[in-house]
Structure formats: structure tokens, C-alpha cells
Design a protein. Structure first.
Length: 688
């Protein structure tokens, strides 16, 4: 009874108190004081071989983690671009005493996380298993087996990834941004290509290992349920005998920003949006007094959904799903950038808004509310991030590498909260360029280039590898019908192509690591059957009988839409180029010459009678079709054709690579013809 009575009294008091409080919900609550950050100083040791050991003792959880970082600085790879990444992957392929499978099993058996890379390694586990986890990491670093078969596998996977990214607009944008900002000969501007990966040998990987996997300039941070003296003993026992080449940080020449703002455009006809990035190089060290003001200035400009860019380009204008900015900092030059994926038709308008927002931050002081909100976000996110032990390890290492005061992170929020409006404007003027910046746009030029040329900036054209190009339409003295006729000629001639009434192609297919079989049957005028099987079972089937069709996959069947049927019916030959130059309902235009897999190719835009647009690329020398591109909704389809062989009296491509891009994801399908039949083994019954 007393408990019930005391609960009733307490409830009444709370009710009375709440009734007397008047809350004005029209005003944003005033942010509270910054959280007090407590970060223990690590115990520091210097091992005889040069390793700097940092230990942070923390017994709150029965867990220990180790992070080993080799401070080699930016590495120029040149014609061997990709060798460091490949070397890092090879460190995870087993040791001289354990195969990869045995190594992975040993890690799983103790429930640990162990990983290695070209810049070091990580190991974490429960306290009782940490010695074993650390031993595995050390073994991987010191004694990698580097088998040839693993190298061949990783090399093949890397090349497949490069091919997959060839039509990935975001991937191309990222590559071009770095290459144009720093230059392709700068370690931050060079990039991996299929050619550079093909240049690599296992010997190159082993050479990179010998040079860069070393205790020199190495920082080992151990955090968790372990005493410093025990951590030191463990490190000395497993890494104390590790030897390697001495490292010195590279000295890099300063790179200049453009003298005046320019727009750098890369044409990707498969793009359904434009990737816009406004960027300039900055010199900003973590020890710079401007550092904290720059963090807040960036937060206000484009740090999240509360920022100016987000509210302008998304909320106000609806150009994009999100617009953001970012500012790097460190011992070497880094970049400030503001970016968004924008509807193609609004590319020029979005560029104007980007520059307007940067200019506004440079020329006008921010509001009290904006500054308070930015500080509150940093206060909360920084304090929350301290729950991550890996961040504490990074902080401890950063202090030494960047020559920061010991209390740099303990006083981090104090310095954030000391920034005023004048500081924001000053650093915006210093680090966020508007008059001498690069505006890099990757997208479909047919939908946005004219608008960009109307802005008050010079427009430069580049290819997907940051090489300057000239708009070449005017220099091409050949028409689309002439290109189609040349293709028909090298394929065997119109008369021979007309004799082909059916084709049966048996193929192997590689997709997402799976091996499948495929059969393609076509029959004049436009019937088509594609069937994919795995272990004798049909996994996908697509049929068109000339008037109706369907697609079946995983037990689900979907009939072709009226629009799809109309598009299929527009073609009246097994070789559609015959329709292109004979049927006036097809419209075509030569858009210039571009590189396709190293060859110069005529770029031809073909518009179907239904309005569908397809881009085709024909080799300038051989006249063969090398590539087709189509955009359907938000799905991009790219087909690359190669390995043309003579079958009877015609030529046929025996290799096809299809790249399907949708929602930022890509799927690469490799098909090889193993058998081809003309005018046999196909009947109308196949298309039911």
C-alpha cells in the first residue's frame, strides 16, 4: 500500500510540474553544452626494429584490437598502377605454413577478425584469443605465400571489375576528378587500367612487398583488455624479428588550381543523370588553426540534410536526391569538393546553384542558427564516434604522424565551439574556390552540353581517362548509311546476309562467378529465343514469335508489353543494319569518333520508329560493330562485340560482354560462342 501511495504522489508531483512548463514549439531548442571527451593517453614504446607501439588499456569489455599502419605516404605506381592493391590482396592468400583456406579457418575458429592490406593489418578478438589472432596477423605480414594461382585469380577479378566500371558513370567521374585535379602522373591522380593490370607480374607484387611491407615508419596500436607491458611483450615476440627496407616520405611538387573556373565535360551516352563535382585543391593540415573552422564551414555548405546545398538543389529545386560537400586535410594537398547526381536536363541550372551557394558562403556571414546547428551536429557525432575503438586507435596514431599536441582530440570540441561567424567566412574565402575552380561534369552530352556552353565558363572536353578530346562530329566525313553499308559488306555482303534465314548459337556464359550455358535462336524475319540453363535446368527464357512474346525467370512469367512488341516488330531482318539504311522510318546520325577498347570507332545514334534511341560504335578500320548502348528507364545496357569469325559466307562475333547498370549497381555477363549453325536446327515451333 505504501508503494502504491508513494507512486501516486510522485505521479501527481510530475503532473503538476509539467502543467507549469510552457513549451514554445515554434523555436528550435538551444543546444546543450559540448560533451566532455575523455581520451586516455596511450602508453608508447619504440621497438628495436623501428615499430612505434601505442597501447590504450581499457578493461570495460573482454576484447582487444590491434591496428598496424605502415606510413609510406602517397606511392607513385606509374605503368604498374594497381600493384599496391594487388599486393595487399595477396597478403590475404595464405602464408608459407598455412593455405588461404587453413588461415581463414584458423581465424573463424576463434571468432576473430584478421585482415591485411598494402598499408598494414588489423586483428581483433576476445581477450582469451587475442594472442592467437595477433599471431595470425603477424604471420600474414611477415610470411605471405603469394602463390601464382592466387595472383592469376585476383588479376582476372580485377580486370573484370575494371570492365564492369567502364560504363559506371560514378566510377568514371571519380577517376576523372582525381586525374584532372592532380594530373595523371601524380600518385593521387593516376588510376588503374586494364592495360596496367595486364602489365603486372607476380614478381612486381613481390617487389612491392619487399619495398613497402616493413617495420620502418610503422605504427602499431593495441587497444582493449590488455596491460601495456603484456602488449609490448606480445609485439616483441611476434614482430620484434621483423625486418624490412627503410621508408622515407615522398616529396611531392605542389599542384596548381586552374587560373579561371572551367567546366570539364566527359561524355557518357549511357548516363541517365549528370555527375557534377565542383572541386579545387587545398593545403590544410590537421595542425592548421583554420582546421576546425573549415569543418564547420563545410558542414554548413554541404555536410548533410541540413546544409545549404541539400536544401537548395533537392528541397528547393528538385534537381537531385542529395547534394553534399567534403574537405580533405593532411600532410599533402587534398581537395574541397561539392557534388550531386542531377537530372541531365537540369545540369546547367545545378552548376549555377553550386557556384551561387559557394559564393554566398564566401561573401556573407552565416546565421547564428546555422552555426549553432553545425556545432551541435559535430558535438553529437564526435562523442558518439568515440564508442568505436578503431577511431581511438586512429586518433593516437594521428597525433604522432601529424605532430599534433597530445590534447588535440580531448580539446577537439572546445575548438569547434570556439569558431565564430567571421571564421567561417574567412576560411570559405580561403579554401572554397569560386573564381578558379573545376566544374567536372560526367553525363550524356546530347542532353546537357548546349546548356553548359551558355554559362560564362570555358568548356573543355575529356574522355573517360581524362585525356583532352575535340568534338569531332564536324571532322567526320562519312554518313551513317555509309557506315551501315560498310558493316554489311565486311559481314559478307547484303546478298549473303539475306540468305541467312535462321541462326542457332550455343554459348557459355559467366555471370557473378557462375558458369552457365545459353542458347540463342533467331529466325527470319524477327523471331527470337534466348534460353539460359544451369546444370540442365532453365533459369531464364525470353521468346518473341513475331507478334507476341514473354520472359520467364525463376518460375515467373511476364508477357511483353505493347511497346516492347512494337520495338521488336520494327526489325524485319536478322541483321538490323539492313533495316537502318533501307527503312526511312529509322533515323541515324554520326556523332563523332570515340575510343572503344583501344580502337577508334564511329559513334552513331540510331532512332527507331518507336522513338527508342540506341548508340552504336563501328570500328573505323575494320568496319565491324564494336559496341551498342541503350537506356531503358534507369537501366543502362552495354554490349561489346569481338572475336569475329567466318561461318559459311558471313562473319559473326563469337565473344559478347554485356554490362547492365541500374541503381548504382552493375552486372557483367561474359558470353562465348561454342557452336554456330546457319539455316539449320531452328523451326517455328521453337518460338512458342
Amino acid at each position: 500500500m505504501k508503494k502504491i501511495l508513494s507512486f501516486a504522489i510522485a505521479s501527481f508531483i510530475c503532473y503538476q510540474a509539467s502543467a507549469q512548463i510552457t513549451i514554445d514549439r515554434t523555436k528550435q531548442p538551444t543546444p546543450g553544452p559540448a560533451p566532455i571527451i575523455t581520451i586516455p593517453d596511450p602508453v608508447s614504446y619504440k621497438l628495436a626494429n623501428g615499430i612505434t607501439l601505442l597501447v590504450v588499456e581499457d578493461h570495460k569489455l573482454p576484447k582487444v584490437s590491434a591496428s598496424l599502419f605502415i606510413d609510406a605516404g602517397p606511392i607513385t605506381e606509374g605503368k604498374k598502377a594497381g600493384v599496391m592493391s594487388m599486393m595487399g590482396q595477396m597478403l590475404n592468400e595464405g602464408t608459407t605454413t598455412m593455405s588461404k583456406a587453413e588461415f581463414d579457418e584458423a581465424v573463424d575458429r576463434i571468432g576473430a577478425d584478421v585482415s591485411l592490406s598494402s598499408s598494414g593489418g588489423n586483428a581483433s578478438s576476445l581477450t582469451r584469443y587475442f594472442t592467437e589472432a595477433f599471431k595470425l596477423m603477424a604471420d600474414g605480414l611477415k610470411n605471405p605465400s603469394m602463390p601464382q594461382e592466387s595472383f592469376d585469380k585476383l588479376k582476372s577479378q580485377t580486370i573484370t571489375g575494371i570492365k564492369s566500371d567502364a560504363k559506371n558513370v560514378k566510377a568514371v567521374s571519380g577517376r576523372v576528378i582525381s586525374a584532372l585535379s592532380y594530373g595523371i602522373n601524380h600518385p593521387n591522380g593516376e588510376f588503374v587500367t586494364e592495360e596496367s593490370i595486364n602489365n603486372l607480374t607476380l614478381a612486381d607484387v613481390k617487389t612491392a612487398y619487399s619495398k613497402y611491407i616493413t617495420p620502418s615508419r610503422t605504427y602499431l596500436t593495441i587497444i582493449g583488455d590488455i596491460k601495456p607491458v603484456d602488449a609490448k611483450k606480445l609485439a616483441e615476440s611476434l614482430l620484434g624479428n621483423w625486418k624490412g627496407s627503410p621508408l622515407t616520405l615522398p616529396i611531392l611538387a605542389k599542384v596548381s588550381n586552374p587560373a579561371k573556373t572551367e567546366i570539364d565535360v566527359v561524355d557518357m551516352s549511357n548516363a541517365v543523370q549528370s555527375e557534377i563535382t565542383v572541386t579545387n585543391l587545398v593545403d590544410l593540415k590537421l595542425s592548421d588553426p583554420d582546421y576546425f573552422a573549415v569543418l564547420l564551414a563545410n558542414q554548413i555548405l554541404g555536410g548533410g540534410s541540413e546544409s545549404r546545398l541539400f536544401n537548395n538543389l533537392r528541397e528547393k529545386h528538385g534537381f537531385t536526391y542529395g547534394a553534399y560537400s567534403n574537405t580533405g586535410a593532411g600532410r599533402y594537398q587534398s581537395t574541397f569538393s561539392a557534388s550531386a547526381s542531377v537530372r541531365s536536363a537540369k545540369t546547367d541550372s545545378a552548376v549555377v546553384e553550386f557556384i551561387n551557394e559557394i559564393e554566398s558562403l564566401r561573401n556573407t556571414k552565416v546565421s547564428d542558427e546555422e552555426l549553432a546547428t553545425a556545432k551541435a551536429l559535430y558535438n553529437g557525432s564526435f562523442a558518439l564516434g568515440m564508442e568505436n575503438t578503431s577511431r581511438i586507435a586512429t586518433f593516437a596514431r594521428n597525433i604522432l604522424i601529424n605532430e599534433l599536441p597530445k590534447d588535440f582530440y580531448r580539446t577537439y570540441l572546445q575548438k569547434i565551439n570556439a569558431v565564430n561567424k567571421e571564421d567561417i567566412q574567412r576560411v570559405a574565402q580561403k579554401y572554397f574556390n569560386a573564381k578558379n575552380t573545376r566544374i567536372i561534369v560526367v553525363g550524356n552530352t546530347s542532353q546537357m552540353l548546349d546548356g553548359l556552353k551558355k554559362l560564362s565558363y570555358p568548356v573543355m572536353m575529356y574522355d573517360k581517362f581524362a585525356e583532352a578530346v575535340k568534338e569531332s562530329t564536324s571532322s567526320v566525313n562519312v554518313t551513317a548509311p555509309e557506315i551501315f553499308k560498310a558493316y554489311v559488306t565486311v559481314m559478307g555482303g547484303e546478298a549473303e546476309l539475306q540468305k541467312v534465314k535462321s541462326i542457332k548459337a550455343t554459348m557459355t556464359m559467366g555471370m557473378q562467378g557462375m558458369s552457365l550455358n545459353a542458347s540463342l535462336k533467331t529466325m527470319s524475319p524477327n523471331m527470337e529465343l534466348m534460353e539460359v540453363t544451369m546444370n540442365g535446368n532453365t533459369v531464364m527464357k525470353s521468346v518473341f514469335n513475331g507478334s507476341t512474346g514473354y520472359q520467364a525467370q525463376m518460375g515467373n512469367k511476364k508477357d511483353m508489353t505493347a511497346e516492347e512488341i512494337k520495338e521488336k516488330s520494327a526489325i524485319t531482318s536478322l541483321f538490323e543494319q539492313l533495316d537502318y539504311f533501307k527503312n526511312p522510318a529509322f533515323k541515324s546520325e554520326v556523332k563523332g569518333v570515340e575510343k572503344v577498347n583501344g580502337s577508334d570507332a564511329y559513334k552513331v545514334m540510331v532512332t527507331y520508329p518507336t522513338g527508342k534511341v540506341k548508340t552504336e560504335y563501328y570500328d573505323v578500320k575494320s568496319k565491324f560493330l564494336l559496341r551498342t548502348e541503350e537506356v531503358t528507364g534507369l537501366v543502362n545496357n552495354t554490349n561489346d562485340y569481338s572475336d569475329y569469325r567466318k561461318v559459311g559466307n558471313i562473319m559473326y562475333p563469337y565473344a559478347l560482354t554485356t554490362i547492365v547498370s541500374a541503381g548504382g549497381q552493375q552486372q557483367v555477363i561474359e558470353m562465348k560462342v561454342t557452336d554456330l549453325k546457319l539455316n539449320s536446327e531452328v523451326s517455328a515451333e521453337d518460338f512458342k
